[in-house]
Design a binder for this molecule. Structure first.
Ligand SMILES: [Zn+2]
Length: 179
């Protein structure tokens, strides 16, 4: 007895669905840790953006936005996490690593991700004004960078974007109240 074409297609569809569900679970699990990092930034009065880098299912580095504290234009969550992962793994090549970041990376961070040879980027909220992973620029799809990075946006998007909007709302309210 041979299985029909329909049965084969159905089997294929179910397999693809199961794979997507497993990837979603993986993405959400580590995005929650990136959100924790964003909250660390928030407590320090920084714009709440967080990142984690994962290799073989384990977190190898964390980072949160520290631009104000360090007074450094480059102190974005992704850059700090990449620096820490390179140090920890003793290599500038982060092949086999995934990065999870609460906000779509900017051009600088997308460039650093490509240079570090990170495999995949999972981001939460879309950054309509300067996002470089599809919103405004699409740095990682640029073959000129010689990068082979897969991008998935919108992971826990509502939670990630409400972090940022709440932060700026609070800030506006504080300014309004101090007048
Ligand atoms: Zn950045």
């Amino acid at each position: 007895m041979s299985i029909s074409r329909e049965q084969r297609l159905e089997k294929k569809r179910l397999k693809a669905e199961a794979e997507q569900a497993a990837l979603d679970r993986y993405a959400q699990k580590f995005m929650r840790l990136a959100i924790k990092q964003a909250r660390v930034a928030e407590r320090k009065g920084e714009v709440p953006i967080g990142a984690v880098i994962v290799k073989d299912g384990k977190v190898v580095a964390r980072g949160h936005n520290q631009r104000e504290q360090k007074l450094l234009a480059t102190a974005h969550a992704e850059i700090l996490a990449i620096n820490s992962a390179c140090k920890r793994l003793g290599d500038w090549r982060l092949n086999g690593c995934d990065i999870f970041v609460t906000l779509e990376p900017c051009t600088m961070c997308a460039g650093a991700i490509a240079n570090a040879r990170i495999d995949r980027v999972f981001f939460g909220a879309y950054e309509k004004k300067g996002g470089a992973c599809g919103s405004v620029h699409d740095v990682l799809s640029n073959t000129g960078l010689n990068a082979n990075v897969t991008v998935a946006g919108g992971v826990l998007e509502a939670e990630c974007s409400s972090l940022i909007t709440a932060f700026f709302e609070n800030k506006r309210n504080k300014i309004a109240n101090s007048r």
